[in-house]
Every structure is written in C-alpha cells, then in structure tokens.
Design a protein around this ligand. Structure first.
Ligand code: PHE
Length: 477
C-alpha cells in the first residue's frame, strides 16, 4: 500500500516540496501588496507574531496527523474519527477553489515570462510598455486562457510523475533556483535611487495605520499567513503522509515557516523598494502591484539586460507558483487515491489529476474574464451581479472580482475554519499527546510541549476565532 501511494525519496526532497508548496504567489505577489496596503512595518510585525504563535503549531499538527494516519486530508480526519471526515472534505474544497484562481494567476505570470523571452530573442513580446501592460493583459482573455492552459499542463505533468519522481524532483531544482533569482533581483533593486524609502516603509516602526485599523490588519495578516503556509486545508497533512517514520517532524515544522517567512520578506525587499524607486512610493496600489511595478523596474534597465532580468524574475515567480499549484492538486488527488487504494483498486493518478485540473480550470474561467473587476470586461464581476457599483456602500473586497470572491471563500473562510477546527481537535479531543507521540516516534524528544499545548488549546482558537468573526461581520455589514 505504501508503494502505491508513493513517498518522499529524502528529507531534503520533502523539505523542498513542502517549502515549495508554502512559497508561492502568496509570498511573491500577495505579501508585498498586502503589506503595502496595510501599514507596512506594523503588518510585518503582526505577521511574524502570527507565524510564531499560530503557524508553527499548525504546520506541526498537520504534518503529525498526516504521517500518523498515512492519509491525505480526508483519509486522515476519517482515520482519527469517522465523523470528522467532512473537515478533510472542506480542505479539499478549499484546495480546489485556490487551484482554480491559481491557474489563472499562474497563466498571467507565464505570459510575462513568454513576453520577456520573445524580447530577448529580438522580437516584440509586448511587455515593454511600462505599467500599461497589466491593464492591457487583464482584457486579453485569450492570452490569459491560453497561458493558463499551458500552466495547467505543466502542473499536471509534474503531479502525474508521482511524489518522488514528479513533485520532489521538480521542487529540488526549482526552489534553489528561485532563491538565487530572487537574490539577484534584490541586489539590483537595492542599487536603485530612492530604494531606501522602501526599506524604511518596511522596517521603520510606525503604528498609526495599525492603531486605526487593528482588526483589518489582523485579519489580513492571519489570512495571508494561513494561505502562505498552505495551512488549514490539509496540504501539509497530505505532504506529511508521504513522510517515512524516521523523519524529524519538529525540525521540519520549524524550517518550513522560517523559510516561508524569509521568502515573503525577501519578496517585500524586491518589490517595495522598487515601488519607492520607480513608482513614487505608491505602496497601496493593490493586487496589480507586482505586475506593474516590476515591469517598470525592468523597463528602466538598458535593453536586453532589462528583458533578461524581467525574464528571470517572472520565471522565478512561475516556478514558485508551480510548486504551490502541484501541492493543491495533490490534496485533491490524495482524497480519491487514498480511497481507491483502500478499496484495493489501482490508484489511477493520471486520470484523477486530469479530472481535478480540468474542473478547476472551468471553475477558474470567470477569474480570467472579469478583468479583476475593472469594469467593461467580458463578464460581470460579482459586485455588478449584485447590482452594486465600485465604491457603493455594499461594495466589498470579497465581491470586487471573481478572484477576490474565490480568495474570500478559501483564504477568508475555509482555511481559517479548517485551522480552527484542527487546533481545537488537537488541543481538546485528540490531545497534544497525539502530536507528541508522532514526533517521538522517530526517536526525537518533543520540545516545547507546553507551548504547543497552549497554542492548540487556547492561542490559535482565540486568534483564528477573532479573525473568522471579523470576516463574517465584514460579510454582513
Ligand atoms: N502557500 C501558497 C502560496 O503562498 C498557496 C497555497 C495555498 C498552496 C494552499 C497550497 C495550499 O502561494
């Protein structure tokens, strides 16, 4: 049975895959713009505190439940208690919705990669016209769909290769490459005039925005943290289920959040100083930040050099996006493969992968067609369906575009809910000793037991509980 499900070839391979799942568009695209619109430094502090008191415990909890049961999200909860299966299903639903919009974003990134590549070859890749390109691309539905399909095919090919031969193999190359590319871009940005203002925005204590918008900052940072660490929907659980019994769980559960937070910070150090240098310190421009600001950065460099850097940068984002999308696919896949193996049927990984990819693609199409709510698009954004206009009283973040709606359902509701329930279950029902025993099963001592127990029982439920309440209040008002 073990062989049919697959397993990691090495601890390093697992780490690259898990860190690869964590580091994705959430870090490179989401983190800089959310930090930019939520008070800079204060957001960073809240985010780091959340990683420490919520992130570590949840990553460890997921890895432990996954490895203990040897199943993905649905099977793991079912193995813990038959009645808890629905929590795993909720996770699969979240993964599926994320996958749907991830495909579209991944496709857009790929369009940039292709554009710069054509420029390097001396053609006109049509990415060179400064900030205008993003606005143009939003309405170029054919391109978005075409590149999304290419992105999906690549992701499918990797996932079909299985755990060791596909996911692990790809992540082991992609993640180190990503680190190198990111550092090159950061060094370049640092050498630009006025980049210093960007670092000040990130690191100089300023609590004004935070004081006036406490709940919004907390809610955004918590949602971002869960999303960035791929938590609350059984992703780490699924990856944990492919770990051998001798893997050091606590060490891995420490490395993953640290690496992910470092990547978010590095992404901030690439994008925000670039905003200072090239976009008049307009940090709060929202989801388009990465797409138009970085274009300006590379547009300002001389000829081929700019194209080369642009190519590298978007290629790195693409790699990060692929290593994340394959993990979302795997959460969905495992829910069926586990069941089939249990019933002594052949796993049929390729067919299942295609089934999920195709359905997620279809669900994701509206995200490719509403020009992110910019108006005048091929289909209406959710707020227009509701008869609202941008800026009218009922207009909210969650209905401003299909992408935001999907993000709201997954990152805003399902992931926090999944995280809250898992934490309560570990703290009060399965008990922290379940996690402890699983960690000790590999012969290591379980460290910081009191801290983890406190996290599962009290800290995580309170924080995530507040976040969920704020979210629901925002939905109603
Ligand atoms: N963590 C990924 C990112 O930061 C997104 C993701 C969410 C991946 C959920 C897997 C599961 O982009």
């Amino acid at each position: 049975m073990e062989n049919k499900r697959g397993s990691w070839g090495s601890d390093f391979g697992f780490l690259m895959a898990a860190v690869g799942s964590a580091i994705g568009l959430g870090n490179l695209w989401g983190f800089p713009y959310k930090m930019g619109s939520n008070g800079g430094f204060a957001f960073l502090v809240v985010y780091c505190v959340l990683v420490i008191v919520v992130g570590f415990a949840l990553v460890l909890g997921e890895l432990a439940l996954g490895r203990k049961t040897g199943f993905g999200a649905v099977g793991a909860y079912k193995a813990m208690c038959k009645k808890h299966r629905w929590i795993g299903l909720m996770g699969v639903a979240a993964g599926f919705i994320i996958l749907a919009f991830y495909f579209v974003l991944g496709g857009m990134v790929l369009r940039y990669v292709a554009g710069y590549f054509v420029n390097i070859l001396g053609g006109d890749g049509f990415v060179g016209q400064g900030t205008g390109f993003f606005g143009y691309l939003l309405y170029d539905i054919n391109s978005i769909i075409l590149y999304s399909i290419i992105f999906i095919v690549i992701s499918c090919a990797i996932v079909m290769g299985g755990i060791k031969g596909g996911i692990e193999k790809f992540s082991k190359v992609a993640m180190p490459a990503l680190a190198v590319f990111l550092i090159i871009v950061i060094i370049y940005v640092a050498s630009q005039k006025n980049a210093g203002a960007g670092y000040r925005f990130m690191f100089k204590p300023d609590w004004t925005y935070f004081r006036e918008n406490f709940f919004t900052v907390l809610k955004t940072a918590a949602g971002q943290m869960l999303f960035s660490l791929s938590l609350g929907m059984g992703c780490m659980m699924t990856y944990g289920s492919y770990l051998p019994k001798n893997a050091h769980l606590q060490r891995n559960a420490t490395i993953i959040p640290i690496a992910d937070t470092a990547a978010a910070l590095l992404a901030g150090c690439a994008v925000l100083p670039a905003v200072a240098a090239f976009a008049g310190e307009n940090y709060g421009s929202g989801p388009g930040l990465l797409f138009h600001t970085m274009l300006q950065v590379f547009g300002n460099m001389n000829g081929v050099m700019g194209d080369l850097m642009g190519f590298l940068f978007f290629l790195l984002i693409f790699l990060a996006a692929v290593t994340s999308s394959i993990s979302q696919m795997e959460v969905c896949n495992a829910s069926i493969i586990d069941r089939r193996i249990e019933k002594k049927k052949a796993p049929r990984r390729p067919a299942i992968t295609i089934f999920f990819a195709l359905s997620a693609f279809i669900i994701g199409i509206p995200c490719a067609m509403d020009a992110m709510g910019s108006g005048g698009a091929a289909i209406k954004a959710p707020f227009e369906f509701l008869g609202l206009t941008a800026g009218s009283p009922g207009y909210q973040m969650w209905n401003s575009s299909w992408l935001n709606l999907y993000e709201f359902i997954s990152e805003g509701i399902l992931m926090p809910l999944g995280a809250l329930i898992m934490s309560l279950l570990i703290g009060w029902v399965y008990k922290t000793r379940t996690v402890r025993r699983e960690c000790e099963a590999s012969g290591q001592r379980f460290k910081a037991g009191v801290f983890f127990s406190l996290c599962y029982k009290i800290i995580v439920p309170i924080i995530i509980g507040i976040v969920l309440c704020t979210q629901i209040i925002d939905l109603i008002i």
